[in-house]
Write a protein that binds this ligand. Sequence first.
Ligand code: RP5
Length: 173
Amino acid sequence: MPETETARNETAGAPRVGIVMGSDSDWPVMEAAAAACAEFGVVYEADVVSAHRMPDAMLAYGRTAHERGLQVIVAGAGGAAHLPGMLAAVTPLPVIGVPVPLRHLDGMDSLLSIVQMPAGVPVATVSIGGARNAGLLAVRVLAAADPALARAMLAFQEDLRAAAEAKGARVRG
Ligand code: RP5
């Protein structure tokens, strides 16, 4: 995974999205969230913040994230995936959860650990392994109050439409 300092460097600006995961073994999935942010020029930070192995650091991350200027948290974990929900319990920021698929159970355990939150503590859960959509959703959250980012998202959606239509044209011949 990248050096967190890279995303925090002063020329890039302060991170707006915090991408965290339970283990560095989650990074091959979670890097798609980072790539989506980077595509839109959104500065992110990425780090390992394990709910089970480093609970004090995890709670400190969640409690201080908004004070540090983060505006959205993308949290991925696999198995007994409590990280997104525990962060949502202590931060006022929107939390987007990514169920990371592990070798057993095809990620269903991760999905069910993240998605079924009690009322009052929301986690916006994407599909199993859906880190790209998590990154894109984080960009959309920011775009709600950032007109330039909203325009960039509309252009991205237009590209998606054009690509889908081109595929249709190839099928039709
Ligand atoms: C979870 O345990 C992590 O999010 C990861 O998906 C899983 C396995 O972690 P490692 O044993 O690979 O460090 O907490």
